[in-house]
Design a protein around this ligand. Structure first.
Ligand code: SF4
Length: 712
């Protein structure tokens, strides 16, 4: 029996775990009380890591589909098969790649997903970002010059927080790494501060808030613009130390002129007095921060709403200031120079819908267009890595048809699920306990600067291939080097190249390729930490609270924060037109639950037991009018499709709004998800509309789908 300290890879919160390992099994999971960051916090998902790890449905051997049946294969056979079949697609754009959310939860994904994309050389790259957070990347790209320069709420030092479209009590942060978010919000209240939640649903976070402001889904952008309007109207703008770092802020006043509180009250469902009071509260708090998440990004004006969030942080002088919105500085990153090339989209366009490329990818919703539409460059082969687009993309019925029509598909995934059932080859990644861990992605969103690395708690079984090798083998196949290339030589070449670029005059240390690459990044990073130091500190190293980073964080050509980027300004007339278009009828929104994260964990009994989680929340008034009762089945219809779903009548959802969580619908044939199949739920994306996107970022509109609800 051994005790191993590691980091939970199941969501963004990076909680430290204390694992008890017996033989090759994780038999107990506790929050690591000595963890420098999470201090022992653990949620039900993390507590289930042992069960998830040992899930009997998890694949351990590659599968190759022959004559419609999956058969086990050796790794050599699987890679050779991929290499052979790829030769049928000489046009590289005919081969697409879809990268799912799990990619950023693994060290191998963080280090090698980029090179893998590059090696493929196709313009048809799609990721889960455009069904989630792409508006935020685009907005910070335009304002600060860097697509990952996302400021996060410094919750531990703030006095007032305004939260829109997020439920951190359930998520523990999203684009914001904040373990024990509930504890931190409660500490904020205890020290005399307060927080307000804007949401059409009385979420767990809204229940704990000092004020819950109920909003009509999809209208956060109007509220945010009205708040900016009020800062000017009430003479509350105060840039504090930011004045030297921003372009002319006074021009914003003119842009938000049509969006006064009286103008937006009807559309948002929030009276003008409440909006004015909220603006005063935000401006008058000594330290305040605005945070917007999924309800502000997976909507029609996601990029403008995201811009408005950080513009409020600027106009109240709370950007880059303790207690405001601040930029973390991970140990593997270097400080910037304060200027750069800036950010632009549209270096190339998609073949069918002419969508501009954003961050080198096309909107996930258009992947289906590229598969279905004949002609030169038509996508006929697909590689999915860690995603489940069959469930997570809008208009799922169409997505499933498209996937089943492909000539060749490869999935890097540990499960035979709704997506991978369409694959010809499945390459399974090892379970969490068999992976080394360092958070390349989420340290960029962390509420405190920390560093932690842990080696796999349990060694990989003989003959298993780790995730890094899967990525490397696929990259060598894509590059024409074949499935048997000398990976050590390639890794050494890559490391030498990176060493030269970083000006490093030392030999990076480590037992594996990724350890040596990580050591190089750490030692040339902002703190000069070494891999050895991280290995010697299994509970992590605390690098202190977030500190101001202006101006070095900026990558804009002007060396300033661009307060009025042209693409945002150009989109405002569209926002105004929407404001003036009355909207009625029932709309559908999503929701998050503490025990789930997308579709990942529905095969773990402890996480799906008890009361069904996939229900349609209906307000009592609406239920009475429609003739629905608690526990009944409703039929929900949208422009796209129709589903039947269990009803939960609750005053926690606003009148005129219904809510369904995403990631469900595990009733598809040909999968191997025993527990999830017994708790199948209903796929909300059979209702969401693939024609609705935020055009500035290509992000799908998943919140605010117009629906009709009747008894089934
Ligand atoms: S909050 Fe996230 S990181 Fe923490 S234990 Fe739960 S799933 Fe793991």
């Amino acid at each position: 029996m051994r005790t191993v300290f590691t980091t939970c890879p199941l969501c963004e919160a990076m909680c430290g775990l204390e694992l008890t390992v017996e033989g090759d099994r994780v038999t107990k999971v506790r929050g690591d009380r000595e963890d420098e960051f999470s201090k022992g916090f653990l949620c039900p998902k993390g507590a289930s890591l042992g069960t998830l790890d040992a899930d009997p449905d998890r694949l351990s051997t590659p599968l190759i589909k022959r004559d419609g049946e999956f058969r086990e294969a050796t790794w050599e056979e699987a890679f050779a098969h991929v290499d052979e079949r790829l030769k049928d697609f000489p046009d590289r754009d005919a081969v697409a790649m879809y990268l799912g959310n799990p990619v950023v939860h693994s060290l191998a994904g963080g280090l090698y997903a980029g090179p893998l994309r590059k090696a493929l050389g196709s313009r048809n790259v799609f990721t889960a970002s455009t069904v989630d957070q792409m508006p935020k990347h685009v907005q910070v790209g335009h304002m600060f010059g860097g697509i990952f320069s996302i400021p996060v709420p410094d919750i531990d030092r703030t006095d007032f927080m305004l939260v829109l479209g997020a439920d951190p009590f359930s998520s523990n942060g999203s684009l914001w790494t904040v373990p024990d978010a509930p504890g931190r919000f409660k500490a904020l209240q205890k020290r005399g501060g307060s927080f307000v939640v804007v949401d059409p649903r009385r979420s767990r976070t809204a229940q704990a808030a000092d004020q819950h402001v109920v909003i009509r889904p999809g209208t956060d952008v109007f509220l945010l613009l009205a708040l900016i309007h009020e800062l000017f109207a009430q003479d509350l703008v105060n840039l504090r130390d930011l004045a030297a770092h921003v372009t002319d802020h006074s021009v914003i006043r003119e842009h938000v002129e049509p969006f006064g509180p009286d103008a937006v009250a009807d559309r948002t469902g929030i009276d003008a007095g409440t909006i004015r009071a909220l603006a005063r509260r935000l401006a008058q708090a000594e330290r305040a921060v605005v945070y917007g998440r999924i309800g502000t990004t997976t909507v029609e004006f996601g990029t403008v709403a995201s811009w408005a969030v950080d513009t409020l942080n600027v106009l109240t002088g709370n950007l880059d200031r303790p207690g405001g919105a601040m930029w973390p500085l991970p140990a593997h990153s270097r400080r910037g120079s304060g200027t750069g090339k800036g950010f632009a989209i549209g270096r190339w366009h998609s073949r069918v819908q002419w969508h501009p490329e954003v961050m080198g990818e096309f909107p996930a919703v258009t992947m289906v267009d590229e598969i279905e539409t004949p002609g030169e460059g038509q996508v006929r082969a697909l590689f999915t890595v860690g995603g489940n687009p069959a469930l997570s993309l809008p208009n799922s019925a169409r997505v499933n048809d498209a996937l089943s029509s492909l000539d060749f598909m490869v999935s890097v995934d540990p499960y035979l699920n709704e997506t991978t059932r369409h694959a010809d080859v499945i390459l399974p990644t090892p379970p969490p306990s068999r992976r080394d861990h360092y958070d390349i992605a989420f340290l960029n969103n962390s509420v405190r600067n920390v560093a932690k690395y842990s080696r796999a708690a349990i060694p990989l079984e003989e003959g298993r291939v780790d995730e890094t090798e899967i990525f490397f083998r696929l990259a060598t196949i894509f590059s024409g080097l074949g499935p048997k290339a000398d990976l050590d030589a390639i890794a050494a070449f890559q490391l030498a190249d990176l060493k030269k670029k970083a000006g490093a005059d030392f030999e990076p240390e480590g037992e594996t390729r990724e350890e040596r690459l990580l050591d190089l990044k750490l030692r040339t990073g902002a703190y000069g930490v070494t891999l050895r130091q991280l290995l010697d500190n299994p509970h992590g190293i605390d690098l202190g609270p977030l500190t101001p980073r202006l101006p070095e964080i900026l990558r804009t050509p002007s060396g300033k924060i661009e307060l009025t980027p042209q693409p945002i300004v150009d989109d405002l007339p569209r926002v105004l037109e929407a404001l003036r278009t009355p909207e009625t009828g029932m709309v559908l929104v999503g929701r998050r639950h503490l025990r789930t994260n997308n579709s990942w964990m529905h095969n773990v009994p402890a996480l799906v037991k008890g009361k069904p989680l996939c229900t349609l929340l209906v307000n009592p008034g609406d239920a009475g009018r429609i003739g629905l009762t608690d526990g009944a089945t409703a039929q929900v219809t949208s422009r796209i499709g129709k589903v039947e779903v269990l009803v939960e009548v609750t005053a926690d959802i606003a009148p005129g709004v219904v809510s369904m969580p995403h990631g469900w619908g595990h009733d598809q044939p040909g999968t191997r998800l025993t527990v999830a199949g017994e708790h199948a739920g209903v796929n909300v994306n059979l209702l969401t509309d693939d024609l609705r996107i935020d055009p500035l970022s290509g992000t799908a509109v998943l919140n605010g789908t117009r629906v009709q609800v009747v008894p089934a």
